[in-house]
Design a protein around this ligand. Structure first.
Ligand SMILES: Nc1ncnc2c1ncn2[C@@H]1O[C@H](COP(=O)(O)OP(=O)(O)O)[C@@H](O)[C@H]1O
Ligand SMILES: [Mg+2]
Length: 303
């Protein structure tokens, strides 16, 4: 019997099931047994511990959570609880910073990593918001701090735009406004995958004509891009700042300030889909190998 057992919850669509099989096989080669499909949505906790699908979660040597799909408040609560007792990849701390754009910007700022300027204020302080936007020549992006896929973001290009959206935002049940300086860039970005402090690979996304967002969900398209040392270094530093073992770092080139900036750090960056692999995004296996190595190392005291 293996003396190390880890649990996983890995997305299954877009080739996730194949990735899972490879991770399980890689761990097995290193003498580590894997319990898959541990969705905390179905877990419960009582005097004897936390149980999911008949597995005692707090007895596992490590939990690998890799599913950006539905993360309910219940799952997040159990994630936080479990993280107090066993190692989790990513740690709850890293997960919660990366899930929040404002917390990410602050972490990047503290680590001195180039990023966009940002501003947060109470919903009743719209005058302060106006001042901040004026400082940026009235070009800003309003973002929900916990959004994804480019959804719910609004480009503000004049004070008039702000006057137009404020009544709308005031109807929403929000406590604060979070805005960023709009970056003048060429409509394409760099996604650099990082595992355990090493940049694994890079690809880019190009915004659909007429859109300022590069997200695939907003019509953006994926293309191959070279990973330079400068991008690799920036991405590795950003992942560390956000305390993520595994990260997908989004970078754009600010044409006005002539520097690369980190726009976002994703804690559950998808592997290349079979379609993307066929256009040459070929670093899935390298990423899987690094993840297996990382899990092995983090559980090695039990070897
Ligand atoms: N401050 C900004 N300036 C210019 N473009 C931005 C800015 N913030 C976001 N974008 C564009 O919008 C896209 C989505 O924003 P992002 O912060 O990554 O949120 P999401 O989690 O929805 O992907 C980015 O990939 C980029 O193309
Ligand atoms: Mg993004």
């Amino acid at each position: 019997m293996s003396n190390r057992t880890v649990g996983t919850w890995i997305y299954q669509n877009g080739g996730g099931n194949i990735v899972e099989e490879k991770i399980v096989a890689g761990l097995k080669e290193r003498g580590i047994e894997t319990m898959t499909g541990l969705n905390l949505r179905y877990a419960d906790v009582h005097n004897d511990g936390m149980f999911c699908n008949g597995i005692q979660m707090d007895n596992l040597d490590l939990f690998f959570s890799y599913n950006a799909g539905e993360q309910s408040l219940y799952q997040i609560y159990l994630y936080e609880l479990l993280d107090l007792h066993i190692p989790i990849i990513n740690s709850f701390r890293g997960f919660s910073i990366s899930e929040d754009k404002m917390k990410t910007d602050v972490a990047l700022k503290i680590a001195n990593i180039p990023r966009t300027d940002f501003y947060l204020c109470h919903r009743d302080e719209t005058e302060k918001l106006r001042e901040a936007i004026n400082k940026w020549d009235s070009r800003a992006v309003y973002k929900p701090v916990d959004g994804w896929g480019g959804i719910g973001m609004t480009l503000i290009q004049s004070e008039h735009d702000l006057d137009q959206i404020l009544p709308f935002l005031n109807q929403l049940d929000i406590r604060f406004f979070y805005i960023e300086r709009f970056i003048d860039y060429d409509g394409s970005d760099y996604r650099v995958d990082v595992v355990d402090g090493e940049a694994i690979g890079c690809y880019g996304r190009r915004a659909k004509k007429g859109d300022w967002r590069t997200n695939v969900t907003s019509g953006g398209s994926v293309f191959l891009r070279e990973l330079t040392d400068e991008l690799a270094d920036l991405a590795v530093r950003a992942a560390a700042a956000v305390k993520l073992d595994i990260a997908g770092v989004d970078i754009i080139f600010d044409r006005e300030r002539e520097e690369f900036i980190v726009l976002e750090v994703n804690g559950i960056p998808a592997f290349a889909t079979p379609d993307q692999e066929s256009i040459g995004l070929s670093f899935n296996n390298k990423k899987i190998e690094k993840i297996v190595e990382l899990i092995d190392r983090k559980t090695s005291h039990k070897k």
